[in-house]
Write a protein that binds this ligand. Structure first.
Ligand code: GCO
Ligand code: MG
Length: 422
């Protein structure tokens, strides 16, 4: 079949939709109100004023996402927006090679935009389409960081004063510091990369950080930590065991995805709960983590695994496997991704905790209706769909350049000069 033989009918469903609303356009809007490129997909329909919005943010490679959408446009324009599952399957299967963050982000943007449209048509928030609430709101954590444990404690205290009951803690070490924390000021004078990151230093400083936090903050607050993929199965066990006495809520990303098959042995070696999944680039890969009992918390970046529909499947699987959810939601997730995560959080019995990010004012201008953390809670909008809009004029005031995350990742080297997982 050549390109010329392909007509809109080629991609149509072999059934008659229940009404005549059709998708008329799909496009990507890229904006960087916080300096971090965010990608949103907008789907327009033949119904006046009826459109949907969804998150397709792969910030490091956003131009690829925009380019991928060109291939997908003809698959969706002309289709009935209510056939969400069939549309997702047509997009996945026509690409033949179906996994990967670029394609999944496009899938996610379209998926979330279709759920938004479904909610608007039903006059209901998306969480209600998922079966409705099983809890009032999602308990949320934020990150506390400082060059020293004392500074981290000070930051954590501010967050606790703002109502947070869960705080993820990081502290500096010589050189580049640790992921999420500034350097402690000194460098390794003997090193090939004086600003390098040392695993030995990290394995000493992290239990010391937890000990100091418990001294300064007490027992009530839940403490979390992200190792950011830098350990081996053995050093992961060493870290987990050294933290046991401080009762971490979870320990995140001890291993890079290349070593995920070794997670069950790390998990068996220590009672510290493991949280993994933000680097999963398919729902299948994430499902394998849950099914192989490799994790206590599954925490995917929803747009990287294909959106709300993928997350919904995982939440159900997690429920049956006794695993909790902790959807990834940092500054490189748009407010639509936050809304999707929170819709799952309040409707899933498998909910564990929600990651949060405090967005700047410019982001609020671009995304009217976006939800904010109040007293440590994220609460979904009750308006139909996501209840969030995208002000395209405001978005245009914050044009995106290439991602700054590249520079950060390129800077993570060991003292001997070897590049590490960021
Ligand atoms: C987290 C993360 C992020 C990632 C970022 C990469 O747990 O919040 O690890 O901050 O580093 O999303 O683009
Ligand atoms: Mg992380």
């Amino acid at each position: 079949m050549s390109d010329l033989d392909v007509t809109p009918a080629t991609f149509a469903q072999p059934w008659v939709p229940r009404d005549d609303v059709r998708i008329t356009d799909v496009r990507a809007i890229v904006t960087a109100p916080e300096g971090i490129p965010l990608v949103v997909i907008r789907i327009d329909t033949s119904d006046d004023g009826l459109y949907g919005l969804g998150c397709a943010t792969f910030t490091q490679r956003w131009k690829a996402v925009v380019g991928y959408l060109e291939h997908v446009r003809r698959l969706v324009v002309g289709r009935y927006p209510g056939d969400i599952e069939d549309l997702l399957r047509v997009i996945r299967f026509t690409g033949y090679w179906r996994e990967g963050p670029v394609g999944n982000n496009v899938l996610s943007g379209i998926d979330m935009a279709l759920w938004d449209i479904a909610g608007k048509r039903a006059g209901a928030p998306v969480y209600e389409l998922l079966g409705g609430r099983v809890r009032a709101a999602a308990d949320t954590y934020l990150h506390a960081e400082g060059a020293t444990p004392e500074q981290t404690a000070e930051h954590a205290r501010e967050l606790m004063d703002a109502g947070l009951r869960h705080v993820r803690i990081h502290t500096g070490q010589p050189g580049i510091g640790h992921y999420g924390a500034p350097p402690s000021g000194d460098e390794y004078t003997w090193a090939k990369t004086p600003t390098g990151w040392s695993v030995d230093e990290y394995l000493r400083r992290t239990p010391a950080l937890f000990a100091r936090m418990r001294e300064l903050l007490g027992e009530e607050v839940e403490l979390l930590h992200d190792a950011h993929s830098r350990l081996t199965p053995k050093t992961a066990v060493m870290l987990a065991r050294s933290l046991e006495e401080f009762r971490p809520f979870f320990l995140e990303d001890v291993l890079a995805p290349e070593f995920w098959d070794r997670l069950p042995e790390v998990r068996a070696a220590s009672p510290v709960p493991l949280a993994v999944g933000e680097l999963a680039t398919s729902a299948t890969e994430a499902a394998r983590l849950v099914r192989s009992h490799a994790v206590d918390f599954i925490r995917c970046h929803l747009s990287d695994i294909g959106g709300l529909s993928a997350g919904r499947r995982l939440a159900v699987l997690a429920e049956f496997e006794g695993v909790k959810t902790a959807w990834h939601s940092p500054g490189d997730a748009s407010p639509f991704a936050v809304a999707a995560a929170v819709a799952l959080d309040v409707s899933s019995p498998a909910f564990g905790i929600q990651e949060g990010h405090v967005y700047n004012e410019a982001t609020h201008e671009v995304f009217p209706g976006m939800i904010d953390i109040v007293d440590g809670w994220l609460t979904p909008n009750d308006a139909p769909g996501w209840g969030i809009d995208l002000d395209e004029r405001a978005a245009a005031r914050f044009p995106a350049g290439l991602s700054g995350h590249d520079g950060w990742a390129a800077g993570v080297r060991a003292p001997d000069g070897g590049l590490l997982a960021p």
